[in-house]
Design a protein. Structure first.
Length: 120
């Protein structure tokens, strides 16, 4: 008897159910492919952990020990990392700019981040 009542209730609910209108899915907005890339903020760094007998860190025209040497930067020379990075072998090389405006590549092993004081 209970099963019959439940079946009647379900049947009446099924018959009285209203069909809801189908809403279109919201549009998906994709980023523009031709949009300008987000700029990378330069990171202040300094030459560190170099061998004193070698005189400092070599700044080169491209990433790699075989590339043409532009200059030698002594320990604690401040530089700015542009965000450029290449890994010719295993160790990443960073594209950097010296305080004098010379741009080149140096091994990331000998560059240390300089913490920026925020006042807190």
């Amino acid at each position: 008897m209970n099963k019959l009542i439940i079946l009647l209730i379900l049947a009446s609910l099924a018959c009285s159910a209203q069909t809801l209108p189908i809403q279109p899915a919201p549009a998906v907005i994709y980023p523009r492919v031709d949009a300008a890339p987000t700029p990378i903020i330069a990171q202040q760094m300094a030459v560190c952990h170099t061998d004193p007998e070698k005189g400092g860190l070599r700044l080169r025209e491209d990433a790699g020990q075989e590339e043409i040497e532009i200059m030698v930067m002594p320990e604690e020379t401040p530089v700015m990392w542009t965000g450029g990075q290449k890994t010719p072998v295993v160790i990443p090389w960073y594209q950097i700019v010296t305080a004098g405006g010379v741009t080149g590549w140096s091994s990331s092993l000998y560059l240390c981040e300089i913490p920026i004081y925020t006042g807190y």
